[in-house]
Design a binder for this molecule. Structure first.
Ligand SMILES: [Zn+2]
Length: 64
């Protein structure tokens, strides 16, 4: 997923609404790049809270 979009010279010129283009998931996180300003940030792939919390048990007793 590559879109050629020339980023502005100055990154902090005006607030950008950010249209994130997110790469295919690769592990826990994906890198998203803004379509408009070229900013990049990290997105977590396990974004669903609660789905991940059932593993907070102590592993003292491993009852499978
Ligand atoms: Zn942006």
């Amino acid at each position: 997923m590559v879109e050629a979009w020339p980023p502005p010279a100055a990154q902090e010129q005006e607030p950008c609404a950010h249209h994130w283009l997110i790469e295919n998931p690769n592990g826990e996180t994906s890198i998203g790049v803004c379509k408009y300003c070229g900013a990049s940030r990290e997105f977590r792939n396990y974004a669903a809270p609660g789905q991940y919390q059932h593993r907070t048990r102590k592993d003292a007793t491993q009852t499978q």
